[in-house]
Design a protein around this ligand. Sequence first.
Ligand code: PLP
Length: 404
Amino acid sequence: MTSEGSPAKATGAPPHLFPNYRRLPVAFVRGQGAWLYDEAGRAWLDCTSGIGVTVLGHAHPAVTEAIGRQAAELLHCSNLYRIPQQEELARRLAGLTGLDCAFFCNSGAEANEAAIKLARRYGWLRRGGGAGAAPEIIAFTGSFHGRTLGALAATGQPHYHEGFGPLPAGFRHVPFNDLEAVEAAITPATCAILVEPVQGEGGVVPPAPGFLAGLRELCDRHGLLLIADEVQTGCGRTGTFLAMQGEGVRADVVTLAKALANGVPIGAMLADGRLAEVLGPGTHASTFGGNPLAAAAALATLEVLEREDLPARAATLGAHLRQRLEAVARRHPGCQEVRGRGLMLGLVLDGPAQPVVEACFAEGLLVTVAGGRVVRFLPPLTITAAELDEAVARLERALARAGL
Ligand code: PLP
């Protein structure tokens, strides 16, 4: 915060760091629940959860305890050996998703790289191995799948690609929510469809009724894998453990990361058991992936998530927040609509969201921009209704401050 009353602007890069992040001028030293505390002791209401990560809120004692206990025993040993915590995590995720085979890595992009490799190799094996048409994956305009080259190539927002070519070939982008376009894009080379059930970075765009079920039907008809990128939507955020479950659709492959260990880096690719043999010994790996520390933190996170039924809480509190935001949108002509699922909500504006996000910052409320014109709310699933009301009150002051 620069000074009371003046919306803070992103500062220049700190020395010795690449200027690739537009950082706001604050450093947090402590967190508790939905609140962050800066060096001066000021409390900030966190409706970003570190971009969809801290689902249980900051400093959750169950995760803190699990990390401490595991760190004192064994941080890391390598996937050359059995890791009981990882096996237990895979078992638990299978129970939550119905996908009984897991690969662990360290981030969302890496989980998507694994899914892309799985799909390509599935296509290759289906053709009997050897040469043949290069496999293709259908993805969507407006999507975001990560910054590594494969995930970037899958990402359907060309501005992220600028200057990073040549990108891996084999991705075909079609408009989100357009089933006819998907069907028209399927060729004998197509091996999979990759979709975010609710587009996050693209602007919190929910699926049209029947769209995801339609993708499932196309995949069944053409023998394709349906891959759901649930890196942002997963782990209860949208009101069910997977957003796909809220739509009653089963994907063949699901990627998770962000919230899975409440802030300890981990990614996961979950798949139907029939795909297990596609990634035989030596085909894919990650040094850190699912190490004892990350797996223990994820197990503690899932334990709380299930015990407290936080997906249901996300649905209830999401309805509460949506109603409050809709009331705000009606009062401010610069606001168009509220959209999303559960506690993944976006307030769509007529113009750029950045000035509103900066005005929220001046009010001590942390939110992010998505898709240029959307103010995105991703609060912890443990936040209270009173805290959400406080967030909305701060947002409303920020909208006035930004002249909307
Ligand atoms: N997929 C989706 C849907 C995301 O929202 C993100 C990050 O925002 C990613 C993938 C990339 O995740 P990570 O930054 O952990 O690589």
